[in-house]
Design a protein around this ligand. Structure first.
Ligand SMILES: [Zn+2]
Length: 402
């Protein structure tokens, strides 16, 4: 890129494309600040399989070495300085929107936001690892990138049907958003007990008590001087990126970068990858969106959950058409940024239910393959759904007048 292109890029507000490096991925070294807290080590944790590449240096090296993608960006740096990569597959040569979705959706035609002509294919954004302690969707994303790049994932398995579906979209993948939390967390939580999972995820106060899942949400950011361990849930500044969703006061570079991605590339649908301590599921969508989006997202979540059941990954079929929730989180503001349908996938971290005192024991310990399998199942169904009927009816073809 010469100086003129560089200045034009800045003038257009366009993110600068990165040159695909020619160096061996193994040579990659990223200089980051040291963690304030020691990474959590869990006694007796089994050795991870070779395909479970979820450490920051492995994720960054994979992204740096990706060559099949049409575009690659470091969308932000984490507080510790890790580069957060987005890889783009498909045609991303469209000029930036001339208006934002808020104005454009109310203007004379949706094309003022979408471009004229709009992108030939719908745009899908999949990101994983917003909570760094939850490595399962990161493992799925990393294996998907490897399949997109080489035809096979790190197990040597092909994903022909899914890759063909992805090819019918403009597809953006961010394999790990919260690399700070990932770097602080164990490679996996396979077979560990519930309280340990809570400690690893949301951390512990100085008196040793658990911060807890809901407890962690009492703070934004988590007061790092009061904890003995912050968990891999927040970034290194203590922010839970999933709840960085107060318009006018977005606090993290990571959330801003995802919102910018959605807006800039006119994203039509989002899958936000997480894990929890139950059998995998796509969560019931939030009611805080357009009525059409809520109905559609609910139907897609039903379809994905039926497919998770059909794949043998969950014992009981989930009830359909569940009542949308009142949740406000990153999905809410992503939907505002580009009008997108947004859904959260929760993989399991280990068992089909937590091993808590007084409750029935878990009946199933998932294998590592099974832990990340919902990523492939859900992406397949989600993408199929958007081809059967476009995700969004963005507006009229014709100019409406004044
Ligand atoms: Zn999560």
């Amino acid at each position: 890129m010469d100086r003129r292109e560089f200045l034009l890029g800045i003038a257009a507000g366009a993110a600068l494309p990165f040159t695909v490096p020619t160096t061996n991925a193994a040579d990659t070294s990223v200089s980051v600040k040291s963690q304030r807290f020691q990474p959590m080590t869990v006694e007796g944790l089994e050795k991870r399989p070779d395909f479970w590449k979820v450490r920051p240096d492995e994720i960054i090296a994979l992204c740096e070495s990706a060559k099949k993608c049409s575009r690659k960006e470091v969308i932000c740096h984490t507080p510790l300085g890790y580069p957060v990569y987005a890889l783009f597959y498909g045609d991303f040569n469209d000029a930036p929107p001339q208006t934002n979705w808020s104005a454009g959706s109310s203007s004379t035609t949706y094309k003022n936001y979408m471009g004229n002509p709009p992108p030939a294919k719908q745009t899908f954004l999949f990101f994983a690892g917003v909570h760094g302690a939850e490595p399962e969707t990161v493992a799925g994303a990393v294996n998907l990138v490897q399949a997109l790049e080489t035809g096979k994932d790190f197990r040597g398995r092909t994903h022909d049907e899914l890759l063909k579906l992805i090819d019918q979209y403009r597809f953006i993948i961010v394999p790990c958003v919260n690399l700070d939390g990932r770097g602080l967390s164990p490679d996996h939580l396979h077979g560990i007990e519930w309280t340990k999972f809570r400690a690893v995820s949301q951390g512990t106060w100085k008196d040793g008590s658990l911060v807890g899942w809901r407890g962690s949400k009492a703070w934004f950011p988590l007061p790092l001087d009061r904890v003995s361990y912050p968990g891999g849930y927040p970034n290194a500044d203590g922010y839970n990126i999933m709840h960085d969703a107060a318009p006018g006061n977005i606090r993290t570079a990571e959330a801003r970068a995802l919102l910018r991605l959605a807006e800039r590339w006119r994203v039509d649908a989002v899958l936000n990858g997480h894990s929890y301590e139950h059998a995998p599921s796509v969560l019931t969508p939030s009611a805080i969106d357009t009525p059409d989006n809520v109905t559609r997202a609910n139907a897609i979540s039903d379809r994905c959950n039926a497919a998770i059941h059909a794949a043998g990954l969950v014992q009981n079929k989930l009830k359909e058409n569940r009542t949308p929730r009142s949740t406000i989180n990153l999905n809410t503001v992503l939907a505002l940024a580009s009008g997108a349908i947004t859904l959260t996938l929760e993989c399991s971290v280990s068992y089909d239910r937590p091993d808590k005192e007084g409750r029935p024991k878990p009946t199933r310990l998932y294998t590592f393959d099974e832990l990340m399998e919902p990523v492939f199942v859900v992406l397949r169904e989600y993408l199929k759904d958007g081809l059967e009927k476009p995700f969004l009816v963005r507006g009229d073809e014709t100019v409406k007048g004044d």
